[in-house]
Design a protein around this ligand. Structure first.
Ligand code: NAD
Length: 481
């Protein structure tokens, strides 16, 4: 057996204090074991938190411009290894290479953006009740922050949390998904190459029950940012609330497009198919439902069929593959069993992949089902696979009501040429990411991002929202003597 991966704690590799491991498999071809990942122990979590706590006074004591320099150097270190990281990312989580390159490029943009934020003005001067006094707000770091992240964006999500946390003077313990440990360690290697002081950015490997909960419960942890499933998010929120620690939980979605009779159907079909199928539907913002006006349903579905036919399914080593595998056997089996139980008419896909190229990976044929009952699991549950459920509705009001009939509220798009309809929808749709004539996926790294209802604890990430989250406000008044 290969040597298990080590944590990255206090600037060095540190083996787990426990011996249990899990295999980290290449989802395109499971004969390729990427690594053995330690399950981890509470003692490992304690060591990572202690390292971050020790590094905190010196890091928060640096000037903003000095911290910015470290982030710029980190961006450069990633840039220097960008292609290597993209290849590793494709191998570890099955992301098609073009999109893997895009994600690594995104990391560079994120680091540069937050390096800029470390030198921007924060705080405000507030008129004081005492004549001649000076009253102002000061934003202080929270302290040690715990970041718990999913496998689907294994470098961008850790960095869109870590970069603002570090820019504002916090130190970090990142617990990545046990399904993407290699990519987290590549982040640690590039942080080290950039000269980040030991203990400022730590990577704690392992599973949620073995190390994640111990991390959340550590006394020194003063902020928690989680992205992942709704069920785990609920546990994270309960622990954080009981400890009275600031937290945010960013979770799943059941993202929706509404196609009106006056829509540009070519555009709507192109963006809907891409949003539903690319990366095998495994983005939190993936399009999972289409609510289509009956007048145009036939024409829309013809276009969707053509679009989906144009995507080739295959191992991510094949540069032509637009859709790779799903992450695991459990995920593949869950998707097929949901489809098997679904009622409705299969528009395309629907049967298991055949062919030698698919034999050793977790592949799911892109599938579109129409006539889906709005309350059926296919229309309500997050499938996290290349599956689109098509529902019918009459008129804008019924379409919006159906779109909102979900416990999630992450992302939506309306296709129309009617500005009045668009404005009504913008105000009434219950999601955090509202698009008109756009895709449900993707977000600018400088724009606030997050969901409503069951998709989020209500806070936002990225842009100005990250500053709010990773700092605490002091109101200071200095009186004359
Ligand atoms: P997951 O919830 O299974 O795991 C997420 C992280 O939580 C992992 O690091 C895991 O080890 C950890 N974890 C599990 N149990 C834990 C516990 N008891 N205590 C502490 N940590 C624990 O999610 P996943 O399968 O890795 O990711 C897919 C999910 O993430 C989907 O639901 C997707 O929609 C969501 N997601 C949301 C966003 C967003 O921004 N809203 C972005 C990407 C992914």
């Amino acid at each position: 057996m290969t040597t298990p991966l080590s944590h990255f704690i206090a600037g060095t590799s540190r083996p787990s204090s426990g011996g249990d491991t899990l295999p980290d498999l290449n989802p395109s071809d499971t004969r390729d074991v990427v690594a053995e990942v330690p399950v981890g122990t509470p003692a490992d979590a304690a060591a990572a938190v202690a390292a971050a706590a020790e590094a905190l006074p010196a890091w928060r004591g640096l000037s903003g411009p000095a911290r910015a320099e470290f982030l710029y150097r980190w961006a450069a270190a990633i840039d220097a290894r960008a292609e290597e990281m993209a290849q590793a990312l494709a191998r570890e989580v099955g992301k098609p290479i073009g999109e893997a390159r895009g994600e690594v490029g995104r990391c560079i943009v994120i680091l540069r953006y937050y390096a800029g934020d470390a030198v921007r003005a924060i705080g405000e001067v507030v008129p004081a009740g005492v004549a001649g006094a000076l009253q102002f707000t000061l934003r202080e770091p929270l302290g040690v922050v715990a970041l718990i992240t999913p496998w689907n964006f294994p470098v961008a999500i850790p960095l869109w949390k870590a970069a603002p946390a570090l820019a504002f003077g916090n130190t970090v313990v990142l617990k990545p998904s046990e399904q993407s440990p290699m990519m987290a360690l590549m982040l640690a290697e590039t942080a080290q190459a950039a000269g980040l002081p030991p203990g400022v950015f730590n990577v704690l490997l392992g599973t949620g029950p073995a190390v994640g909960e111990a991390l959340l419960r550590a006394d020194e942890v003063r902020g928690i940012s989680f992205t992942g499933s709704a069920s785990v998010g609920a546990k994270v929120a309960a622990i954080a609330a009981a400890r009275n620690v600031r937290y945010q939980t960013e979770m799943g979605g059941k993202n929706v497009v509404i196609v009106m009779p006056d829509a540009d159907l070519d555009l709507a079909a192109k963006l809907t198919a891409a949003g539903a199928m690319r990366y095998a539907g495994q983005k939190c913002t993936a399009t999972s439902r289409a609510i289509v006006a009956s007048e145009v349903e036939g024409a829309f579905l013809d276009r969707i069929r053509d679009q989906v036919k144009g995507f080739s399914l295959g191992p991510v080593t094949d540069p032509a593959a637009a859709i790779g595998p799903v992450i695991s056997a459990a995920s593949r089996d869950r998707i097929w069993s949901t489809l098997a139980a679904a009622e409705g008419e299969v528009v395309c896909g629907g049967s298991e992949t055949t062919g030698v190229v698919f034999k050793n990976g977790f592949f799911v044929t892109p599938t579109v089902v129409r006539g889906v009952d709005p309350d059926a699991p296919l229309a309500q549950d997050e499938i996290f696979g290349p599956v689109l459920a098509v529902l019918g509705a009459d008129g804008l009001d019924e379409s919006i009501a159906l779109a909102n009939r979900s416990r999630y509220g992450l992302s939506a798009s309306l296709f129309t040429r009617d500005i009045g309809a668009a404005l009504r929808y913008i105000h009434r749709i219950d999601v955090g990411l509202v698009r008109v004539n756009g895709d449900t996926t993707g977000v600018d790294p400088h724009a606030p991002f997050g969901g409503m209802k069951g998709s989020s604890s209500g806070s936002r990430e990225q842009g100005s929202a990250a500053r709010e989250f990773y700092t605490e406000t002091k109101t200071v008044q200095v009186n004359p003597v």
